[in-house]
Design a binder for this molecule. Structure first.
Ligand code: TYM
Length: 323
């Protein structure tokens, strides 16, 4: 059987370059190596976003971004999570086997507790819904950034436990994390995240993005001063994502040796970032002008996703004596 590759993005904001290098690019590179199922996790967005209009808008935006970056909808199944409601039933089946202690150790839940927000049942169950996403499609490989590793491990635990309890039912998946982009830093040097407000969006207005990048805070050393820690510089780290390796290394050497000003470095970073996404930006503009096409792709994706999902759910229902 062909390798199944699956991943999802939560529509809680506008996708950023952390999402791109951590998940979108690696997933698109895997499209040709098996059967790929990529989706927009709108049920998951409900644990933190409570504006229905925004949910619809961000969901559409994520679909446009997937397509603009090169998702081939003839080959890859692109769908909205909520168009396959089978996933909620599987969440229940898995939830009955999910130890409270395992879920209490999940980062998102622990973070919410630490921030003193009263976490909802949905937030607590978030990893179980994610396990259902993955197991419902017999997924073998799940390309994600490092922050999702724990969730894929919980998924593996639940699959193994279900198989032990009710007999061999689910494929046990593997996370696939690219070392060089496992954690893309944001404008403030922390992990780039929609919830930290430190993002560089994939697509957006040129002036705003130039301002964000030129606003990167550097230290107060003069341009002439050698900087032995040049490889730790945030602009250099980001440049390595966009620029050909030789060019990024050349900037790193110039910074280390002294003579390169931070302003010039940030200008170069912006230019490389902007041209990196030029083709995708043009395609996105075309697709935006054609909303019917995007909706057709999602509806066709839902049909294809549902065909697989309903067969796997039936297998799981039979295994545990529901039919
Ligand atoms: P989400 O929407 O937060 O992020 C989508 C993907 O982007 C990766 N990512 C990063 N990678 C590197 N550096 C960063 N700074 C960075 N920020 C985000 C994430 O690791 C992720 O791969 N729970 C998931 C969505 C989801 C899912 C799934 C993923 C739901 N069901 C099933 C895989 C399989 C989430 O919130 O991702």
């Amino acid at each position: 059987m062909a390798t199944r590759i699956l991943t999802g993005i939560k529509p809680t904001g506008i996708p950023h370059i952390g999402n791109y290098f951590g998940a979108i690019r690696p997933s698109l590179d895997l499209q040709a190596q098996g059967e790929a199922f990529y989706f927009i996790a709108d049920y998951h967005s409900m644990t933190s976003l409570f504006d229905p209009r925004q949910r619809l808008e961000f969901t559409r935006g994520v679909a446009l971004d997937w397509l603009a970056c090169g998702l081939d909808p003839k080959r890859t199944v692109l769908f909205r999570q909520s168009d396959v409601p089978e996933v909620t039933e599987l969440t229940w089946l898995l939830g009955t086997l999910a130890p409270m202690g395992l879920l209490e150790r999940a980062h998102a839940y622990k973070d919410a507790l630490a921030k003193d927000r009263a976490p909802s049942f949905g937030l607590f169950a978030y990893p179980v819904l994610m396990a259902a996403d993955i197991l419902l499609y017999d997924s073998n490989i799940v390309p994600v950034g490092r922050d999702q590793k724990q969730h894929v491990e919980i998924t593996r635990d639940l699959a193994i436990k279900f198989n032990l309890t009710y007999g061999e039912t689910f494929v046990v998946p593997e996370p696939k994390i690219r070392d060089e982009s496992a954690v893309v830093p944001g404008l403030d040097g922390q992990k780039m995240s929609k919830s930290y407000g430190n993002t560089i969006e994939l697509f957006g207005d040129e002036k705003t993005l130039r301002k964000k990048i030129m606003g990167l805070v550097m230290d107060s050393r003069t341009p002439a001063e050698p900087k032995p820690d040049a490889d730790k510089n945030l602009a250099i780290q980001l440049l390595k994502l966009f620029a050909p390796a030789g060019i990024a290394l050349d900037f790193e050497h110039r910074l280390r040796d002294g003579g390169l000003g931070y302003g010039d470095l940030k200008k170069a970073l912006f230019e490389h970032y902007w041209s990196y996404f030029a083709t995708a930006r043009a395609l996105r503009a075309e697709l935006t002008a054609n909303p019917d096409y995007v909706e057709t792709v999602l509806q066709d994706g839902a049909l294809r996703a549902r065909a697989t999902a309903s067969a796997v759910l039936k297998r799981a229902r039979k295994a545990c004596g529901l039919e």
